[in-house]
Design a protein around this ligand. Structure first.
Ligand SMILES: NC(=O)c1ccc[n+]([C@@H]2O[C@H](COP(=O)([O-])OP(=O)(O)OC[C@H]3O[C@@H](n4cnc5c(N)ncnc54)[C@H](O)[C@@H]3O)[C@@H](O)[C@H]2O)c1
Length: 434
């Protein structure tokens, strides 16, 4: 928003994050974010104090975490605190409060009620604000691309004034009139970005329905992968043959270890939980979750089938982040896999190009598994597992790796490596689906 020319104040109670951002340091790994912040700096400020941000604002985005809570429903304590904090400080003009966080259906009304209550304690009327839902679809690792060049913008609002304000705010993106940053060229596209203007509940459901669909697409190809292995079919060819059908599309059809990250797990759980409140059983979404959970166990099963005994073996993991180009470790398959292997008595070694510092902070009890280089991970290992498909792992010196391992077994958990090449290098290549 600041890059597009709007004046933006970012508020977070985490003082260390705010201090880092003030110095121009981004507290997580996201390609080009530092550069973009630098370009937008004249329009940007960072603070821990709501009073510096809310009273003057015409639009307030609430983008706090909504982590998984009990029984699959998200924990809304941060959303509640933010809504109350905003309500207590609304200015004397009309303010649009936008739910940018992924929140359960009905949260727009709830946030509205919280703000109204807080505003009324300050003698403000119920007409001084309106709530909108503006779900976020960006992917970590390509967050800037997805924000500047989105497939669509969804705005849910029950008050026409709100839609108008957000339309004005998003106009440079909808019409693609802003100059593209030098490091992020504008992709070729026909026309502008579609705006989906809906009621609040529809916007909230669009976010859950989109994430659940992507999650089940991944689980579907993983389930087909199980069958492919049994019948001796090649899952990569099968996925290609399916994906070229324009009705299906080839994205999210990569068989492997399945999804991780902070969104798919919690959002599918939240969808199942919301549906159950209405007596509905989301059978397909539940099955997608179960298939995804089982994929992580398959790594251990495959290694067991190869090595026969895991106790005392050394297994190397390439990649810790839940996907490439981020250091996010939330729900990362690598952590589950490492724990399962350690429980079975194996020694685990691991490497990641960017997520190791975060790993030390967030998983200090497992810090001892970290190795400085992929070569260190491979040395004397009984098997190597590619967990995260960082592009640089495709370019490793596989001959040297094969030569340094105790038994040169390579389990490609993402089906991305060049099978012929690593086999020529002397490794026994195994895919998760055959
Ligand atoms: N990460 C993604 O790729 C992604 C994509 C789409 C949607 N979302 C949704 O966006 C939301 C945020 O996700 P995230 O990954 O950025 O979470 P996060 O936990 O990384 O960041 C949330 C931030 O909110 C701050 N916070 C907590 N309470 C606050 C308060 N009262 N006022 C102001 N700030 C407060 C925290 O200190 C933290 O810095 C979630 O609802 C998530 O589902 C995330």
């Amino acid at each position: 928003m600041a890059f597009l020319g709007h004046k933006v104040t970012c508020v977070d109670p985490d003082a260390s994050k705010i201090a880092a951002l003030g110095r121009g340091e981004v507290p997580f790994h996201e390609p080009y974010l530092e550069e973009l912040i630098e370009e937008a700096r004249p329009n940007l400020s960072f603070t821990t104090d709501y009073d510096e941000a809310i009273p003057e604002a015409q639009v307030v985005f609430i983008a706090v975490g909504t982590p998984p809570g009990k029984n699959g429903a998200p924990d809304l304590q941060y959303l509640q605190a933010a809504a109350q904090g905003v309500g207590e400080r609304l200015g004397h003009h009309f303010t649009v409060v936008v739910n940018k966080s992924t929140v359960p259906i009905g949260s727009g009304n709830w946030v509205g009620a919280l703000i109204r209550e807080a505003a009324e304690t300050r003698g403000r009327g119920k007409d001084c604000f309106a709530v909108a839902s503006n779900p976020e679809f960006l992917r970590e690792g390509s967050a800037l691309h997805d924000s500047l060049y989105p497939d669509r913008v969804v705005v849910g609002a029950d008050d026409p004034r709100t839609s108008e304000v957000l339309y004005t705010l998003y106009r440079p993106i909808l019409d693609q009139t802003f100059p593209a940053p030098s490091f992020l060229a504008r992709p070729e596209r026909v026309g502008g970005v579609p705006l989906i203007s809906t009621d609040l509940a529809s916007a909230e459901l669009i976010k859950y329905a989109a994430n659940a669909f992507l999650a089940l697409k991944i689980s579907y190809i993983n389930e087909v992968g199980l069958l492919a292995e049994k019948v001796g079919a090649d899952i990569l060819q099968v996925a290609r043959g399916i994906g070229l059908d324009a009705r299906i599309g080839n994205r999210f059809l990569q068989a492997g270890l399945g999804w991780g990250g902070s969104c798919f797990g919690k959002d599918t759980a939240a969808m199942v939980s919301t549906a159950s409140e209405y007596g509905l059983d989301m059978a397909i979404v539940k099955a997608a979750r179960e298939v995804n959970r089982r994929q992580r166990e398959r790594v251990v099963e495959k290694l067991l089938a190869e090595l026969k005994i895991l106790k005392g073996r050394t297994v190397g993991l390439l990649g810790l982040a839940f996907k490439p180009h981020t250091d996010d470790l939330r729900e990362a398959p690598a952590i589950d896999v490492a724990r399962q292997l350690i429980e079975r008595g194996a020694k685990v070694k691991a490497h990641d190009p960017v997520a190791m510092d975060r790993f030390k902070r967030e998983h200090s009890s497992l810090e001892h598994i970290l190795c400085a280089t992929p070569a260190d991970v491979a040395r004397d290992a009984d098997a190597l597992v590619l967990v995260t498909e960082w592009p640089q792992y495709g370019e490793l010196d596989w001959e040297a790796i094969a030569g340094s391992m105790r038994t040169p077994i390579l389990l490609d958990g993402r089906h991305v490596l060049d099978r012929a090449r690593v086999t020529r290098a002397g490794l026994r290549y195994i895919g998760l689906a055959g």
